[in-house]
Design a protein around this ligand. Structure first.
Ligand code: PLP
Length: 450
């Protein structure tokens, strides 16, 4: 990573002239030109290397540029780049087999999409056709993607500008003890009240009108919210009682992030549909999908499934998924995520909380953690207001800048920083990241009132 000012200037100029970036006021951003990446690091054209504690958008579970995955993509590109979804293809079939073998219960059929939002779109469509019912329920504090149904199911401000097509979406509050909607003081109370609230909402909506409930197994972008013991099993029971399809969205939580293949494994729960993307191949080539239960798959045995995509099961994407899953299994990468979480990140983050008054709560598992930053631990007032921008967001902006100054690339959302390195992160890298966070948190502490 030698400095290369000329290359930097060229990338910057072309980007600014022609690239329209996601979720941004185009005139208020200045995207950092990146020259390369490997393992847990990426680097810019000025010679700065960053420890990637964001895994980009929480997708590079196997790290950057894993040589076995790169080789598999190169080999597949030389052999067969693309083929219509109607054909049977070796890598597509093998990817489906490897995924189905790991998904919980009888989720044995795989419909491939290009990414997470499309997986959610298709899961919802399957549920609606399977049940013949119109409505889908989703939680506040959630993210399900940026296409039509997925964004309308989303329970965070990214939905607001797209709130035009919410027909059939019913939202409810999920459990989150630290900021309890139910005035609960214990996990058991939170769980019981959240389940009662969900069931009451269903009764008032009309159970016979509800096709599906969609939940992130562990809520990701909206805060790494761990469901209390019994909650997901309770939702499963409610779905069974009313004939509602249970969809678990594992786009972010799946494929090793929690130290298990799927977050559902941590809670011993089997949904009817499970959506995945990101970690399935670390995003080296866009890929997502839906794992489908036997009962829902049977609905489409004699009746066509009304949906498809030109690139469903794209050979390059599937070859990269096969290589990713096999490599994760061979190299014990899921086990590494579990061990780093239990031995390094969990204890290390709790230790930071003892010294930094801005840390209100530490929560997570594996390589999937959040620090909930507060102005005041007693009142739990968030360090910045909900959906803050500009001057209101200054404390978080200062914290993020301090991380980058330490050579750490953080994942920051509202008043939280998520600690989400690759599942391949080493103990030494995780400790380096913790040390950088320790320094950067001083910037957040400076805004506490306690
Ligand atoms: N579902 C969850 C839980 C996600 O975290 C995301 C993306 O962050 C999505 C769906 C959408 O995935 P994509 O951006 O690949 O469409």
């Amino acid at each position: 990573f030698q400095p290369d000012p000329a290359a930097k200037a060229a990338v910057h100029a072309a980007d600014r002239a022609h690239v329209f970036h996601s979720w941004s006021a185009q005139g208020l951003i200045d995207p950092l030109p990146i020259a390369g990446a490997e393992g847990s690091y990426f680097w810019d054209y000025d010679g700065n290397r960053f420890l990637d504690f964001s895994s980009q958008l929480v997708n590079t579970n196997i790290g950057h540029q894993h040589p076995k995955v790169v080789a598999a993509i190169q080999e597949q590109a030389g052999r067969l780049c693309t083929l219509a979804p109607g054909f049977a293809v070796d890598v597509r079939a093998e990817a489906a087999r490897l995924i189905a073998e790991r998904t919980p219960g009888d989720l044995d059929k795989i419909f491939f999409t290009n990414a997470g939002a499309e997986a959610v779109e298709h899961a919802v469509r399957m549920a609606r056709v399977h049940t013949g019912r119109p409505k889908v329920m989703s939680a506040y504090r959630s993210y399900h993607g940026a296409t039509a149904a997925a964004i309308n199911l989303t329970g965070d401000p990214r939905r607001w500008a797209s709130d035009t097509g919410t027909a059939g979406v019913v939202r409810f509050w999920g459990p989150f003890l630290y900021r309890s909607h139910f005035h609960a003081t214990t996990e058991a109370e939170e769980c019981e009240r959240a389940l009662a609230h969900l069931e009451e909402t269903i009764l008032f909506e009309g159970p016979q009108s509800i096709a599906a409930i969609i939940l992130e197994t562990i809520v990701g972008t909206a805060g790494v919210l761990m469901p209390p013991a019994g909650y997901l099993a309770g939702v499963r029971a409610i779905c069974d009682r009313y004939g509602i399809v249970f969809i678990l969205d594992e786009v972010m939580a799946g494929f090793g992030r929690t130290g298990t293949w799927f977050a559902a494994d941590l809670f011993d729960v089997t949904p009817d549909l499970l959506t995945f993307a990101k970690g399935v191949n670390s995003g080296y080539v866009p890929l997502g999908g839906v794992a489908i239960s036997g009962a829902i798959a049977a609905t489409f045995d004699q009746r066509p499934y009304p949906g498809g995509l030109t690139y469903s099961g794209h050979p390059l994407a599937c070859a990269s998924a096969v290589a990713t899953i096999n490599t994760m299994a061979e190299e014990g990468i899921v086990e590494n995520a579990a061990r780093i979480g239990a031995d390094v990140l969990g204890p290390g983050l709790r230790e930071l909380a003892e010294r930094h008054p801005s840390i209100g709560e530490v929560r997570g598992a594996g390589v999937f953690w959040a620090l909930d930053l507060v102005r005041d631990r007693e009142t739990r007032e968030p360090l910045v207001p909900y959906n803050a921008t500009g001057a209101d967001n200054q404390p978080m902006a200062e914290f993020a800048a301090a991380c980058k100054k330490q050579g750490l690339w953080p994942f920051v959302n509202m008043n939280r920083t998520h600690v989400v390195p690759a599942c391949t992160v080493t103990e030494a890298e995780a400790k380096d990241g913790l040390a950088a966070l320790d320094e950067a948190l001083n910037a957040a502490d400076a805004h506490t009132t306690a």
